[in-house]
Design a protein around this ligand. Structure first.
Ligand SMILES: [Zn+2]
Length: 269
């Protein structure tokens, strides 16, 4: 069932009817069939534009989700943050990343793509063995909007299977691919009692700033206890992100912050 399409179509129809009805009440009933048809058409056009704009805002909203458990940070007095890493994993940088986290006594949460993880078993296994938490970022990283709930479920289960087969036994939270969601995806997550984990700080989004020091400064300026920090270290072009990570770790450590996994952070709620 494609809940996204159903919801948008239903909203357009309801709003069209409301607009047409309101117009008829205010301006009176018209006898001409053409005028009536034109009024319906105009009401439909206005409803489509309004619902379209609303839908776009909702799809891209970081802080709003229609149903289900959803976090961008956790309200806590504990001086901790969760470092989260999207996409990948990749064999190329995995050892360097793990060594860096270990140096700062930090554990991260890695939202991996199922297909990428299956293609890089060494990277996934290394993350698990070193005690990192693994999250689900879908299997193929395609936008899960305007798709059926069956498609969503397939994407989630395929990635789960790869993560479990590699030996990860902990809780698997979810982060939407390309940060997009409407109703089908949240609906499936809600039915599975699964938490959608977004972030309150994303120093390398929408595109890497190209300046590691600026990224670290941005995090240091805006971090709060309970922050969830999103980073994308795997892409070969994201050199600045990889350079920013040690700066972020040492700056936050100097300010007395500890680094916990997303599950540990969620347990503080
Ligand atoms: Zn991603």
């Amino acid at each position: 069932m494609n809940l996204d399409v159903i919801a948008v179509a239903a909203l357009i129809l309801v709003l069209t009817w409301l607009l047409w009805f309101g117009w008829t009440v205010v301006r009176g009933y018209v006898r001409s069939r053409w005028w009536r048809a034109l009024r319906v058409l105009i009401a439909f056009a206005v409803a489509s534009v309004v619902v379209g704009a609303l839908t776009c805002a909702l799809i891209n909203a970081r802080t709003v989700q229609l149903v289900g458990d959803h976090v961008t940070r956790v309200d806590t007095a504990h001086r901790v943050v969760a470092l989260t890493f999207d996409d990948g994993p990749d064999d190329l940088y995995v050892s360097e990343l793990i060594a860096l986290l270990k140096r700062f006594d930090a554990r991260g949460t890695f939202y991996v793509d199922g297909a990428e993880a299956a293609a890089h078993p060494f990277a996934l296994r290394s993350l698990i063995v070193s005690g990192q938490e693994i999250g689900n970022h879908s299997s193929r990283h395609g936008r899960l909007i305007f798709v059926s709930t069956a498609t969503v479920r397939r994407e989630l289960e395929a990635a789960d299977a790869v993560i479990r087969e590699a030996g990860f036994a902990g809780r698997i939270t979810f982060r939407p691919p390309q940060a997009r969601k409407l109703l089908s995806l949240p609906w499936v997550l809600w039915r599975d009692r699964r938490t959608t984990v977004m972030w309150d700080l994303a120093p390398d989004s929408p595109s890497p700033a190209g300046d590691a020091a600026a990224m670290a400064r941005d995090v240091a300026d805006r971090v709060r206890p309970g922050s969830i920090i999103q980073l994308r270290p795997w892409h070969p072009g994201n050199v600045a992100t990889r350079e920013a990570l040690p700066l972020i770790l040492s700056e936050l450590r100097a300010r007395g912050y500890g680094f916990v996994t997303v599950s540990e952070l969620l347990d503080l709620r």
